[in-house]
Design a protein around this ligand. Structure first.
Ligand code: ATP
Length: 618
């Protein structure tokens, strides 16, 4: 048990130290507020220390006439009569209470402000960090859980820093000071009172460890609950279509119940700790009253002095009681803080090298040089992949499903780094450039376009920092999107996405094309951009893509042999390697896999004719 307790203390100490180190820079920025908050708190405590004195004078002077106790020299009130003393004492009590109210209000508000400012920074930090983490991390993480960390965990930390941690820290300093004064007042009484502390300390650590374990488990369960809810809502269409509501509801209910049980267990332990601590403190006070009363009866202490001592003891023991009261919340906050820190210490597998420099405007030459890659060790997806795209060339990646076509694009955009080999842009290895500057030079149109909850104009202009309305319109025209945008209720200012208008698949793709067009990037990645569209929409999207890809190095992933046939170079992939490469005519002449797939789909159609049809020249 002792071993366990020691381990718990060390572990908790380490977590709190990590948290403190992390929060310190943000706290430092609030230096003057922290000083102000502590000053107000100190004033509150000093006033609390003054509070029993009017009563002491009432007891020792007004009720019994002038008596000389040990501390009577403090305030020689001369010949003040009893009735005046009662009035003065009442007024003094009132004045102290009013001043205390002001000081306590000031300290609370200051701590709230510090907590808000510091934790707002923490939240922004966590958000920024999460955004920068690699795709590998995000593919494994559950969105609901991440949102819970940014919102719930940070809030919990804020709440506790404001309402518990800072006041507790200050009050512990007060405890030390108060015991100092109490020893000066009466060493024997103070020693007796001091016995309470180790008793409460050991008890708090024992139960506190259990509370912390429960809090940890509960935060984990809450995260699972949030993730489950987020997954259901993000896939609500398929959930409803497959009538899975009942299954998901039962799953949610089970997790909810587990979280509830943990919460109850935590609350039960906290209540037990709080009540038992209150009992220990009361027992300590009773012992002091008993011994103090004996001293009063012996004439070694005045009743007023005992009153003052008791008041001090109560003030001194307050943080001890507060600690037990806040242990549950502190435990939850420590668990939350631990999770936040773990998240912040997660390093992105893909990041800028210290020597990385911004990429200049690229011409668009791409080379995969002996590239190999595996998402998971032992399951290679690409092996010794070699290919080259000249500036302005269109390269189509074709091959069976799950062969690694999208993986090539992921590597190109540096969502992942290859496990072997190099990827070169204009002859320079990708890792020598900063991620942001490289990605800024690649326009992307994927199969599923995500529109943000913003206006059409903003959705298009997301592709570039400052786009003029004319540029947005030009991009929309290129993307065959201008006409349908004009027919929307507020044209370019129509709000899309969440709570806004929803567009059809083809319209979304055309917005994505406009988004890519406005970037004027020399490289274009198209990952099955026209899959799943009806003929008319497909025609419009392909036509727009034809215009968009003109003069840009284009990497096209497609299952449509007709679309692939229009490329300058076709790479037929199989088992992580390029099985066949060349133009459509070369590959048809070779009569390999590509020719076989092409003829199976389109025994009669000529690709060149299709291209002209797309351009509207036929
Ligand atoms: P499709 O034509 O069906 O879109 P694809 O050729 O684009 O397929 P990829 O998406 O590149 O194939 O996937 C290649 C392989 O890598 C697949 O076997 C897939 O299961 C695996 N894979 C893809 N993403 C991940 C990931 N994040 N973690 C682990 N394995 C992955």
């Amino acid at each position: 048990m002792a071993k366990n307790t020691t381990a718990t203390i060390l572990e908790r100490g380490a977590t709190l130290r990590r948290l403190w180190t992390y929060l310190l820079p943000a706290m430092r920025k609030q230096r003057s507020l922290v000083a102000g908050g502590f000053a107000a708190l100190l004033l509150d405590v000093v006033l609390r220390a003054l509070e029993p004195w009017p009563l002491k004078f009432l007891f020792d002077r007004a009720f019994h006439g002038p008596r000389r106790g040990k501390w009577s020299d403090f305030a020689d009130l001369g010949n003040v009569d009893s009735s005046a003393l009662i009035v003065y004492a009442g007024l003094a009590l009132l004045a102290i209470a009013a001043a205390r109210a002001v000081a306590a209000y000031a300290s609370t508000m200051t701590f709230v402000r510090i907590g808000n400012r510091v934790l707002t920074e923490v939240r922004a930090d966590v958000y920024r960090h999460l955004q920068g983490l690699s795709l590998a991390f995000h593919r494994k993480a559950r969105n609901g859980e991440l949102v819970l960390r940014i919102m719930g965990d940070v809030n919990l930390l804020k709440d506790v820093v404001v309402t518990a941690a800072l006041p507790l820290l200050a009050n512990f300093l007060v405890l030390i000071g108060m015991f100092g004064v109490m020893f000066w007042l009466n060493a024997r009484l103070a020693s007796l009172a001091l016995l309470v502390l180790p008793l409460v300390g050991v008890w708090t650590m024992r139960l506190g460890g259990k509370i912390r374990d429960t809090a940890r488990k509960q935060r984990k369960r809450d995260a699972g609950l949030a993730a489950a809810a987020a997954e259901t809502f993000s896939a609500i269409q398929i959930v409803q279509a497959l009538c899975l509501e009942g299954w998901f509801a039962a799953n949610f209910l089970r997790r909810n119940q587990e979280s509830n049980n943990s919460d109850f267990k935590g609350a039960r332990l906290s209540a037990a700790l709080e009540r038992s601590t209150a009992f220990f403190v009361a027992a300590g006070l009773a012992a002091v009253v008993w011994y103090g009363a004996t001293l009063v009866l012996r004439g070694e202490l005045t009743p007023g002095e005992l009153l003052v001592f008791m008041a001090y003891l109560k003030t001194a023991l307050r943080p001890v009681q507060d600690l037990s009261k806040f242990t549950g919340r502190l435990a939850k906050a420590t668990a939350a803080g631990e999770r936040i820190l773990n998240l912040l210490h997660t390093r992105s597998e893909v990041r800028d090298l210290p020597s990385a420099r911004p990429a200049p405007t690229l011409r668009g030459a791409i080379r995969f040089d002996d590239v190999s890659f595996a998402y998971e060790p032992g399951r290679p997806i690409l092996e010794a992949l070699d290919f080259e795209a000249r500036p302005g060339q269109r390269v189509a990646l074709v091959g069976p499903s799950g062969i690694g076509k999208s993986t090539i694009v992921n590597l190109l955009l540096r969502f992942y780094d290859p496990s072997g080999g190099r990827i070169l842009f204009d002859g320079v290895e990708a890792r020598e450039y900063t991620l942001a500057s490289l990605r800024a030079q690649v326009g992307v149109v994927l199969q599923d376009t995500v529109l943000f909850a913003a206006s059409v104009r903003e959705n298009i202009a997301f592709g570039t920092v400052e786009a003029t309305p004319q540029e947005v319109e030009a991009a929309a025209r290129l993307a065959n999107a201008h006409d349908f945008i004009c027919s929307l209720p507020q044209g370019y200012d129509t709000v899309l996405g969440e709570r806004g208008l929803t567009l059809s698949g083809g319209q979304r793709q055309r917005i994505a094309i406009a988004r890519a067009a406005i970037r004027r990037a020399p490289i274009l990645v198209l990952d099955e951009p026209a899959t799943g569209l009806d003929r008319e929409n497909e025609r419009m999207v392909l036509e727009a893509l034809e215009r968009l890809s003109a003069g840009r190095t284009t990497i096209l992933i497609t299952h449509d042999p007709l679309a692939a046939a229009r490329a300058d170079q076709i790479l037929f992939l199989d088992r992580g390697r390029v099985r066949e490469r060349g133009s459509h005519d070369d590959l048809m002449r070779a009569g390999g896999h590509y020719a076989h797939v092409y003829l199976r789909h389109h025994p009669t159609v000529e690709p060149t004719a299709f291209r002209l049809a797309c351009n509207g020249k036929e």
